[in-house]
Structures are given as structure tokens and as C-alpha cells.
Design a protein around this ligand. Sequence first.
Ligand SMILES: Nc1ncnc2c1ncn2[C@@H]1O[C@H](COP(=O)(O)OP(=O)(O)OP(=O)(O)O)[C@@H](O)[C@H]1O
Ligand SMILES: [Mg+2]
Length: 375
Amino acid sequence: MTALHVASTPADAASAAPHLLLDGVSKRFGRHAVLSELTLSVNKGEFVCLLGPSGCGKTTLLRQIAGLDAPDAGRILLNGRDITRLPPAARDYGMVFQSYALFPNLDVAGNIAYGLGGRRADKQRRVSELLALIGLDDIAEKYPAQLSGGQQQRVALARALAVSPSLLLLDEPLSALDARVREHLRREIRALQQKLGVTTIMVTHDQEEALTMADRVVVMHGGRIEQCASPHTVYREPASRFVASFVGQGNWLAGRALGGQQAQLGERVLTLAQSHGLANGQPLSLFIRPEDLILHAGWSASRDADLAEVRKLELLGPIYRVGLHVPAWGGAEVQADLTHAQLAELELTPQRRVPLSLNLARLQVFAAEVAPCGA
Ligand SMILES: Nc1ncnc2c1ncn2[C@@H]1O[C@H](COP(=O)(O)OP(=O)(O)OP(=O)(O)O)[C@@H](O)[C@H]1O
Ligand SMILES: [Mg+2]
């Protein structure tokens, strides 16, 4: 009877549980708290990026998951199994590091087969499968020194995937590569990850990489998680001043809270999309992305516009970034992004004056007790 009961346990109960759970993980080095009660759950098949500045604890966190280091407190569960104290070999993951870390004395096939057991013929078959998977069928007999950086990282990826791990850990695998190869490999890794459905955690300090690759981005700062959300949400609705500054570009404007949903910006009174929840008179920081500033062709379009003077035009390829000085906003200097078509329509040139307003629906409001973090 018991056996029957166990067999009928709904499969969804297991699939609803996170594939990887970090529960209050803390780690100190001497007096320095590098990870502080970090909690994160990752679903099966998810691609999660750990994003944050140098020294925020990304690699340290990955090392706890890999068992290369042990946390001082907290638990790590993989597939419901507590792996916190298990040695690396008893966990079920593959890992790729920033530096290629291939064995220089082994050829590609030898590198990929390194962790594989079993019969020689089976190993050879698996190596061929993996080489086909990474699109490098013809390099099995080459040595790492004969490969480009991008090829070496693909081999490292194949080696990490050789034992079909349920978890793939990537620590800045693309950072040593040039921009073009990096962009190409981003797509390849993502496609491969989706094809195999392997749960993946990738560390990066490159926000573009995180935004383009991840299902969810975990923004870390000083050993804590500041925000854990989809790339869209992290970019559009940053949860903190730090996230707003670290991810993407933005303008910070010094304002003051007024009653209800209103805020003062220089001479202008803004009616915000949501209540700021701050006391009347309290200083606040208004945050707006360059693409959310609106430049108008004429005054009739908006009564909410103020006169801005064009200070600088900067070509960033597909868009122009326009530097503007706005006397009515307390003399603020802001940057607005425009397409080539918009720029031509507005006939913008340096010194030209143009009506400017804020897309209030996209304005983020933060209390201003500390200075904005550098972007
Ligand atoms: N073994 C160690 N002993 C002492 N301090 C350490 C050790 N490993 C890491 N740290 C410290 O912990 C902090 C976080 O390091 P970590 O390598 O996790 O940062 P990171 O986010 O991966 O940075 P980066 O982007 O530069 O790789 C740093 O201040 C680092 O000096
Ligand atoms: Mg690191």
C-alpha cells in the first residue's frame, strides 16, 4: 500500500520545487562578510545570471554551489537534496571558468573525455556527439594552444556538459574574448542551454550579457541580492538606486517631494504616475532613462515641456545621445537618446533650443538620503 502511495505522488509536486535552492547562505573571509544570508531559488531549465560589480561575491557564491568552498551558514539544495557539505565530485554539475583551463597536454577529445568513465568506444561516441553539439567536429585532435579563445571556451563548455550534469555553472566564460566572438558565443550558449534544458547559473559583470542571455537576472551588491527579476523588470523597474545605476544608462535629477503624487523639479511641478510615499519637502532622486526623455518639435505638443539647450550630440551607432541643459529643472544636465529619424525631424544641432519633457510613466523615484551611485 505504501509503495502504491509513493508511486502516485504527483510529479508536479517535484517539478514545482526549485531545482536549486540557496537558503540563507553566508560566507566570511576573516572579518569581511562576503555573502550575507543570500536566498535564491532557481527553477529547472532556467538560465540565471549573477550580475554585479567586481568584488560583490559572485564567484564566491558560485564556489559555494560547486563545493569548492563551504558556507559558514545556510543550506544549498540541488533537486531537493542537501548538498551543502558534499564534496564537488558528489554534486551534479559542470563548470566553465573565465580562463579556459583546458589541459594543455591533452587534445580536444582528451579534454572533453576527461571526466567520462566507461568503455573507450562509448567515450569516443560521446566526444563526437559533444563536438557536433558545439559545432567543432573537425578539431578533435588539436591541442588547446592550436585553438582560438572562442574555440577553447566551446571545448570547455563541451567538457562541462560531457557527463550531462543537471546544473551548469559558468564564471565569466566570455570575458576573455573579443566583442564579436563574445556576442556570437552568447547566442550559441543560450541556444545550447535551451536545447539541453540544463539549469544554468552564469556569473558576469557585463550587464548587456546578463540582459540578453538570462531568464532572470540576480543583481548583487556587497554580498547581497539587490534585485532578482526578469531582464525587462530589472531594466524598467530597478528595485534600488544601486540597480538603477548599475544596469544601463540613466539620468538622476534632484527633486523634492510635494503632497500626494507630486514632486518639485526645479521650477516644475510633476504629477507622478504613483504616489512617492515620502513626506512633504523630503529630498528625492528622480531617475529616468535617456530613451524616456521626450523632445518636442514644437510647443503645441506638450504643456509639460521646458526649454532645453542642446549641448552635445554623440553618435552611438543606431542612436544619438543628446546632451541637454535644462534651466527650469534646476539647471540639470541630462542625456536623451534619439533615433536618426527623430534627430533629423527635430533638426537638432548644438546650441539649438528644444522643448523637453519627461515620460512620467517611466520616471522612478528614490529617497535621496545618499548620493547616487556612479553608473
Ligand atoms: N579565498 C579568499 N580569501 C579572502 N578573501 C577572499 C577570498 N575569495 C574572495 N575573497 C574576497 O571576497 C570578495 C568577493 O570576491 P569574489 O571573487 O566573489 O568577487 P566577484 O564578484 O567574483 O568579483 P569579480 O567580478 O572581480 O570576479 C572580494 O573582496 C575578495 O577579495
Ligand atoms: Mg569573480
